[in-house]
Design a protein around this ligand. Structure first.
Ligand code: GTP
Ligand code: SPV
Ligand code: MN
Length: 590
């Protein structure tokens, strides 16, 4: 045992009595203990050791083909009152859910070891950090949590001997039975139960389950925000850094934007980009009244396909050591990894993500699953911010929303004010991706990129955003919307994206500093086309004009869609947002 905290000990005892593991191992976070676990996972075949010269400390893991993504249909928010989960979450009465799952956990760890993982979300000692304990029967989970969180006995030291303020996570892979898979949150009990999965967001309980679903509920009650946002800093040649956070739905470009390499025109002037986080931000007003953000995570659980030296050099560099690869192709020639979009030279002698022999030169099948991932330590990232471990976080000047929209949403626009910005975030829509099971490419509303991650009623969540704006007043970040994914008639992306997204961020920074003009449109403020720097790109001013075009007819349709979506929330929809919708329709009718 690593702690004398009776709240922890009592709960672990109860869960041990339920799950009946053969052994209990308390994870202290020491390299010695982790190495023994790595060796064990390698010896049982659960993980494979990769080329020690080319990928030192790296491991490969494959999950079952039925277990490759988050499962939104099997994810529940079990608040006592159904109304508190709201219309966008699956709900079940907590008593009923405990009664249903308890027999499934009964004896589930017989013949297995239970690992007790203490971890901190947020820098150790940060006033914004919070402690969780995850119980799991998976070494893969332990090794991933080691990368993704500050794991080990320090977390217990932070919790102290008497506090009861920790999130209780219980995970068992059980039989990885998709029919009995449950990812369940009990916000009022600070508890998460996950069973029958061994993949990513379903089982690394510090990530989406705690740092977004439980934390969003805590933030509402405690006056802060947990958001599905990257955090980056742009340093100008004078050494001043402006911090921006951005919410895009899963697999819509957060990791890429967070680590972007500035185009040459900015590099030669001395601009730099620093990564604070790539997926989750916890935000709270600071002493000076501005909004400060920390990244509660300690690593990146990033999408592998499409990651290459050109699209995301810094992410690729981050995966060169001490990284776990999940569901990518295994290159047998040199015991390395490969995925679609890594390079144009797929291996001939390889094993695909399902474990079958695979020839990348001739096969029609994909070598890596579209949602294959790398788990890489943040410290590996060449552009990790010097503020990454700052317990106070970084002050946010701008918040950006965005998604995948082939049409309708322009390259960038700014909201008229905070309230309008909350409206813009609440009405975000995006095409679905492989990050969750189900159809890909279908446009759905995904408010603030939080649809799958908000741990309470989304109408109350919108109200919380509005309240935060009241509290922040004129120190509130400016709110923007971006879309890198507009397509032409042949379906090709028009905007070059990736590092060139910096060109749009530069207008955003200039707006925050009051150094750039804007044009008023019915949906918000837009840049003058010539204010987007296209030096060095092979697109012209007319293309930028096209990207910024607001098609009033499409937007009238959009407003109708928003009205339908808003109807779901009934009287929980803040009146301010309905007023915003009416105002948008009035501007479009002019
Ligand atoms: P999660 O980890 O699921 O939350 O995803 P994410 O939001 O971090 O997305 P990520 O940066 O991993 O990008 C997902 C996919 O979008 C990858 O295949 C990228 O190559 C692609 N992508 C990212 N940025 C851009 C862009 O600016 N333009 C285009 N066309 N594609 C992009
Ligand atoms: C996402 O889907 O937004 C992810 C991956 O970041 S997972 O951890 O699986 O949720
Ligand atoms: Mn994510």
């Amino acid at each position: 045992m690593l702690t004398n905290n009776q709240n922890v000990i009592k709960w672990v005892d109860e869960m041990v009595a339920l799950c009946k593991p053969d052994q209990i191992v308390w994870i202290d976070g020491s390299e010695e203990q982790l190495n023994a676990l790595r060796e064990e996972a390698i010896s049982t075949g659960e993980m494979e050791k990769l080329n020690e010269e080319k990928l030192p400390g790296c491991l490969l893991h494959r999950t079952l083909p039925n277990d490759v993504a988050r499962v939104e249909a099997r994810t529940f928010i079990c608040s006592r009152k159904e109304e508190d989960a709201g219309p966008t979450n699956n709900w079940c009465d907590p008593k009923e859910m405990y009664a249903k799952l308890t027999p499934m956990y009964d004896g589930v760890m017989k013949g297995r070891t239970m690992y007790v993982i203490p971890y901190s979300m947020g820098p150790i000692g940060s006033p914004l950090a919070k402690v969780g304990v995850e119980l799991t029967d998976s070494i893969y989970v332990v090794l991933n949590m080691d990368i993704m969180t500050r794991m080990g006995k320090q977390a217990f030291e932070n919790l102290g001997e008497t506090s009861n303020d920790f999130v209780r996570g219980l995970h068992s892979k059980a039989n990885i039975d998709p029919e009995n898979r449950y990812i369940v949150h009990f916000p009022e009990d600070n508890t998460i139960w996950s069973i029958n999965s061994a993949y990513g967001g379903n089982v690394l309980l510090g990530k989406k389950c705690f740092a977004l679903r439980i934390a969003s509920y805590q933030g509402k009650n405690e006056g802060w925000m947990a958001e599905h946002m990257l955090i980056l800093g742009i340093e100008n040649p004078q050494g001043e850094v402006t911090y921006i956070s951005a919410a895009f739905p899963s697999a819509c470009g957060k990791t890429n934007l967070a680590m972007l390499i500035p185009p040459e025109v900015y590099q030669k002037q001395g601009y730099k980009v620093w990564t604070v986080g790539d997926d989750i931000a916890w935000l709270k007003p600071g002493k000076d009244g501005r909004l400060y953000a920390i990244n509660p995570e300690n690593g990146f659980f990033g999408v592998a396909p499409g990651t290459n030296a050109k699209s995301n050099f810094n992410a690729l560099e981050s995966t060169k050591k001490n990284t776990i690869f999940t569901n990518v192709a295994h290159n047998l020639d040199d015991n390395t990894v490969w995925w679609e979009g890594l390079d144009k030279n797929p291996p001939e002698h390889a094993v695909d993500w399902t474990g079958k022999p695979w020839n990348g030169k001739t096969s029609e099948e994909k070598g890596a699953h579209p949602n294959s991932r790398f788990t890489a330590p943040a410290i590996n990232c060449p552009c990790i911010s010097p503020e990454f471990n700052n317990p106070e976080g970084v002050p946010i000047s701008a918040m950006i929303f965005g998604g995948r929209r082939a049409k309708t949403a322009p390259l960038v626009y700014q909201s008229f004010d905070w309230k309008h910005g909350v409206f813009v975030g609440s009405t975000m829509a995006s095409e679905t991706t492989a990050a969750a099971t189900g159809a890909v490419g279908v446009v759905r509303r995904d408010p603030m990129a939080m649809l799958p991650f908000c741990g309470y009623h989304m109408g109350d969540y919108f109200a919380h955003w509005l309240e935060m704006g009241e509290k922040l007043g004129d120190k509130a970040p400016k709110i923007f919307n971006v879309n890198w994914f507009r397509t032409d008639d042949e379906g090709h992306f028009i905007w070059p994206g990736f590092g060139d997204n910096m060109r749009v961020l530069m207008w955003i920074v200039a707006r925050c500093k009051g150094e750039a003009d804007a044009v008023e449109t019915p949906i918000g403020y837009e840049p003058k086309p010539e204010d987007i720097n296209i030096e060095g790109l092979d697109i012209d001013l007319d293309t930028v004009k096209g990207l910024l075009n607001v098609d009033v007819d499409l937007w009238k349709e959009e407003a109708k869609g928003i009205r339908e979506f808003y109807a779901k929330f009934g009287n929980k929809l803040p009146k301010e947002l309905m007023d915003q919708l009416d105002a948008l329709e009035a501007r479009l009718a002019k």
